[in-house]
Design a protein around this ligand. Structure first.
Ligand code: 5GP
Ligand code: ZN
Length: 113
């Protein structure tokens, strides 16, 4: 997708601090961290958000969650962490490329919304 920020990060046109990469997914540090550890995990295939998942493209999500568990261990988040995916305008999604935030490294706020 031409005008997608995260597709540009995948292509290497915009630099990022990579945490993990394989042929299907990329994980990199959020530019504006909301917690001591704040990592974004994205599929390399452009999917706009959770609202665009379907039976044909959703297999990457289980792969992403396996990688989330591995990354969290690697980052030492043994006390726990939070995984968040914002969807659409009401959900506060600012980049329309599916991504999961890994937030941790401190005791997170209890509120969800
Ligand atoms: P959303 O608000 O869509 O759930 O999350 C988008 C996230 O992308 C935000 O946390 C924001 O800080 C992060 N972000 C936006 N632009 C960039 C960028 O150029 N590089 C990196 N590493 N993160 C970005
Ligand atoms: Zn994209």
């Amino acid at each position: 997708m031409e005008n997608c920020l995260f597709c540009k990060i995948i292509a290497g046109d915009i630099p990022s601090t990579k945490v993990y990469e394989d042929d299907k997914v990329l994980a990199f540090r959020d530019i504006n961290p909301q917690a001591p550890t704040h990592i974004l995990v994205i599929p390399k295939e452009h999917i706009a958000g959770v609202d665009e998942l379907n039976a044909e493209n959703a297999a990457v999500v289980s792969h992403i969650f396996v990688k989330i568990a591995e990354i969290a261990k690697q980052e030492g988040l043994s006390g726990g962490y939070r995984v968040v995916s914002n969807i659409g305008e009401d959900g506060g999604q600012t980049v329309r490329h599916l991504h999961f935030h890994i937030l941790g490294g401190k005791k997170l706020h209890e509120g969800m919304a």
